[in-house]
Design a binder for this molecule. Structure first.
Ligand code: NAD
Ligand code: IPM
Ligand code: MN
Length: 343
């Protein structure tokens, strides 16, 4: 069995708390990992002004995978302006490591059996390097009454096509073989047209995959009222960001929602992190649910080729319902124990 080198970026708020539990559970699978923790996030920024030094970025490129908790200040923080860490650290990693697929699976754990939304089992493939996230835009006459701010959406045929093709390949492997494009083609007539044409063309290569299209606003209704209609969803960066918080909420809660930022070409490490953020409102209280980070670690093991260890984690998460009142680390201990017993 290989020994994997994993870089850990706990980050801010509950990030370090949930990453610690994820690594505890990885250790319980018996897969051997060497971990190195990186001090990145708000504390380092406030202390040194650094967000992601070039030397650290170069080092991170040498790992087999990266696990990240969450980065970002408390809302309204005066010390760390909004966007500094999100853009300078997380998005920089997504762009520089070419993590063009953000794969976010949503499965209602049976432990949340009484969910008002019914059982959910779908995957959102979110384009992860373009759209409004690309950083196009700027200010004119900033600070004056005539101020202009623009924030463009960058959509390349290359970027859209590789993401759409990944989504078709995934849908083709799943039982239902169904793929829904979510966009806003009725208003975003340039980017939406590129997405729709690319989707239609790539779909010719996958006759076994049935397809659908939803405008993003309607997708919000369907995701709440009848989420079981979805199997695989592919969408752009910003719609994917918003839809996946909603998807988390309808599939047992954001504390379960995991994600894999993938470089499918494997030209460098991929990055695994929960969908949720730093949750400063509950940091240090023991109330953070580590399940999302633990499931993300399962996605990491799966991508590294450790299928059996990953499946063990997924099946424990599917069956285990923490008793109310357990702390973050107690939940991590309980999951690690079940994973270890399953070996
Ligand atoms: P958030 O996801 O941190 O929190 C939203 C709500 O969900 C809060 O009520 C929080 O308590 C709850 N929550 C989140 N994770 C939870 C968990 N594991 N268990 C239980 N409850 C949980 O979103 P926000 O408040 O909008 O953002 C806070 C900060 O995190 C911001 O700086 C933001 O930029 C950043 N952020 C980072 C990431 C990331 O690093 N991937 C993702 C989202 C937000
Ligand atoms: C997410 C987060 C990030 C995003 C932020 C922190 C940059 O919300 O991973 O969903 O918007 O992609
Ligand atoms: Mn988000």
């Amino acid at each position: 069995m290989s020994r994997y080198r994993i870089a850990l970026i706990g980050g801010d708020g509950i990030g370090p708390e949930v990453v610690a539990e994820a690594i505890k559970v990885v250790a319980a699978t018996g897969v051997e990992v060497d971990t190195t923790s990186y001090d990145l996030g708000a504390a380092r920024y406030v202390r040194t002004g650094e967000v992601l030094p070039e030397g650290v970025l170069a080092e991170l490129k040498g790992y087999d995978a990266i696990m990240l908790g969450a980065v970002g200040p408390a809302i309204g923080s005066k010390e760390v302006p909004s966007g500094i860490l999100e853009r300078g650290l997380l998005l920089k990693l997504r762009f520089d490591l070419d993590l063009y697929v953000n794969l976010r699976p949503f499965v209602t754990p049976p432990s949340v059996g009484d969910s008002r939304f019914g059982p959910v089992d779908f995957v959102v493939i979110r384009e992860n390097t373009e759209g409004t996230y690309a950083g196009e835009g700027g200010f004119l006459r900033k600070g004056t009454t005539a101020e202009v701010a623009t924030q463009g959406s960058v959509n390349t045929r290359f970027g859209v096509e590789r993401c759409v093709r990944f989504a078709f390949e995934l849908a083709a492997q799943r039982e239902r073989k169904h793929l829904t494009l979510v966009h806003k083609t009725n208003v975003l007539t340039f980017s939406g047209d590129l997405w729709q044409r690319t989707f239609d063309e790539v779909s010719q290569e996958f006759p076994e995959v049935s397809v659908a299209y939803n405008h993003v606003d309607a997708a919000c209704i369907y995701m709440v009222e009848s989420p079981s209609r979805y199997d695989v969803v592919v969408t752009d960066n910003l719609f994917g960001d918003i839809l996946t918080d909603l998807a988390g909420a309808v599939s047992g809660g954001i504390g379960h929602a995991a994600s894999a930022n993938l470089n499918p070409a494997r030209t460098g490490p991929s990055l695994f992190e929960p969908v949720h953020g730093a949750a400063h409102d509950i940091a240090g209280t023991g109330k953070a649910n580590p399940s999302a980070a633990i499931r993300s670690a399962g996605l990491m093991l799966e991508f590294l080729g450790e299928r059996k260890a990953a499946d063990t984690i997924f099946s424990v998460l599917a069956e285990y319902a923490p008793e109310p009142g357990l702390t973050t680390s107690q939940i991590g201990d309980a999951i690690a124990e079940r994973v270890s017993n399953a070996n």
